[in-house]
Design a protein around this ligand. Structure first.
Ligand code: IMP
Ligand code: MG
Length: 173
């Protein structure tokens, strides 16, 4: 494996400001309701842990593990559930918290799967969106940042399990 070149795209302070804004917006929209925050593992873990602390309506935390990339940097379109929900979401207001929507294939798969469980509502919050790569139509209700078509790591996101712990978001090549 050759040298890895990291270029910071979004620094920690900028992430923090945006997460606070999203938290306020979500709190306003869900005022008076009980929210089920559904973290998509592993990539969504940093974002979700900061985001739920910026939300001031009652929140229950659920997790689902999905894998679509393996060791590659291109979505295979074949999505595996690596960890399923620990309790039913029937009748609940679910907010899916994702790291990044790239082709949209993963989210599309997840939303189809969630619908069969009969939640009261489902919305999506994604920290990043790469609109240039869309292959499946997905509606991102709350979006942190739009990013160009480059592979990014940090703040939960990895390349072959590396760089999830970086406090910023960087492009890698
Ligand atoms: P999609 O199915 O192509 O939309 O990809 C969805 C998943 O692939 C995301 O939830 C991420 O976990 C991962 N992914 C997509 N693009 C990137 C990237 O640039 N860096 C790291 N992970 C990514
Ligand atoms: Mg993900």
């Amino acid at each position: 494996m050759g040298e890895e070149n990291l270029e910071i795209l979004i620094d920690a302070a900028k992430i923090k400001r945006r997460v606070s804004e999203l938290g306020r917006e979500i709190s306003k929209d869900y005022a008076g309701r009980f929210l089920t925050a559904l973290v998509v593992l592993k990539g969504g873990i940093m974002f979700a842990s900061d985001l739920v602390r910026a939300i001031d309506v009652p929140v229950s935390l659920e997790m689902i593990g999905l894998r679509s990339y393996g060791k590659s940097t291109a979505s295979s379109g074949v999505v595996e559930i690596t960890l399923d929900l620990s309790s039913p979401i029937e009748g609940q207001h679910v907010l899916v918290i994702e790291d990044i929507v790239d082709t949209g294939l993963t989210l599309n798969y997840l939303l189809d799967n969630l619908r069969t469980r009969r939640p009261a509502s489902v919305r999506v919050c994604a920290l990043l969106h790469k609109p240039e790569r869309a292959k499946a139509p997905v509606k991102v209700d709350y979006k942190g940042f739009t990013v160009p078509d480059r592979f990014v790591v940090g703040y939960g996101m990895d390349l072959d399990e590396k760089h999830r712990n970086l406090p910023y978001i960087a492009a890698i090549d």
